[in-house]
Design a protein around this ligand. Structure first.
Ligand code: ADP
Ligand code: MG
Length: 301
């Protein structure tokens, strides 16, 4: 009853967090040395939805993340957040990177409370919220432990909690689960889906994993080879809540997967032709994983 009422209220409020990329280009260096990383890139991250960006390694995804975060400026074009040009980093856009950013000298609890404390918010409500988040990410028993005393998966969960407590308008996650073993990664995904389903905030999730992408996405942005742009946007109109197991058996999910993989494969081949070793590995990995057909998504066997 209460949840319903607050949900309805939320729906009436204008949702914030629309990110727009308008014909953005980004190069590093100048003249002959210039490296064009992003070019002709336009897309929109709709408020209250999860947009997933997927593309081979090295095409420029993290560069796009840095542009949204305001750590870097586009060479041309414009990045906007709720119609205003992004000029600098801000607490409204929180980025969780692959690399751990927990402070090693603080306990899990202290790490989670770092943001609010830095803003001078340490009241009862904040503490209660920290407690709630600790429970959600399954770290109650570890609140007093230091990062080095946590497993890789626990560290990522602590990072998620640390980001979420700040209640950012936009949550940006750049391959947050990369480097975790397969089992931990699956558990992390389940935690994340659970958290994300509970709070339908605006989020941009970057990954190279198609199952992860389909599990999370309302919209899938397939990125081209470098200099990158959106090669295709695919609506992932699967019911929620979703579970990994459902996605593997679902016919619609499989159609989306085949479409996405064939585009990704083309782009990876392009990167490969341009000499990217990461792209070669990507092509290989996907050739083995595609399970719905014994042949390659592009056909030909
Ligand atoms: P992805 O996240 O898709 O793996 P990145 O955005 O990290 O790709 O990198 C894309 C390309 O941009 C890479 O070839 C990288 O070498 C280049 N690049 C990234 N940052 C810089 C920089 N500061 N100076 C020069 N080149 C860079
Ligand atoms: Mg990256």
């Amino acid at each position: 009853m209460h949840a319903l009422a607050s949900g309805a209220l939320r729906a009436m409020l204008p949702m914030k967090g629309r990110i727009e990329f308008v014909d953005v280009a980004k190069s590093y260096g100048t003249g002959r040395r210039a490296r064009r990383v992003v070019e002709g890139c336009s897309f929109t991250v709709e408020p209250g939805r999860c947009t997933v960006m997927i593309g081979p390694s090295g095409v420029g995804k993290s560069t796009i993340v840095r542009l949204i975060a305001g750590f870097e400026k586009p060479t041309s074009g414009e990045v906007r957040l709720d119609s205003a040009p992004v000029r600098r980093p801000g607490p409204d856009r929180l980025v969780v990177f692959q690399e751990s950013s927990l402070f090693p000298w603080m306990t899990t609890g202290e790490n989670i409370l770092y943001g609010p404390k830095a803003r001078g918010e340490g009241d009862e409500t904040t503490l209660a919220r920290a407690e709630q988040l600790l429970e959600k990410v399954g770290l109650q028993a570890f609140r007093g432990k230091f990062p080095t005393q946590l497993s890789g998966g626990m560290q990522r969960r602590a990072e998620l909690a640390r980001a979420l407590i700040n209640d950012p308008v936009v949550m940006i996650l750049d391959e947050p689960f990369r480097g975790l073993d397969a089992m931990t990664r699956m558990l992390m995904l389940e935690y994340y889906v659970h958290l994300a389903d509970a709070a339908r905030r605006t989020s941009l999730f970057v990954t190279t994993d198609i199952d992860e992408a389909i599990l999370l996405a309302d919209e899938l942005l397939i990125m081209s080879s470098i200099p990158t742009h959106v090669r295709a946007a695919i609506a992932v109109d699967l019911p929620r809540p979703r579970r990994l197991a459902d996605i593997i058996d679902n016919e619609r999910a499989n159609d989306i997967k085949i479409e996405a993989l064939s585009l990704l494969h083309e782009e990876a081949l392009r990167s490969f032709a341009a000499g990217s070793r990461a792209a070669a590995e990507f092509v290989n990995a996907y050739a083995h994983r595609h399970r719905s057909a014994p042949t390659h998504p592009l056909g030909g066997g």
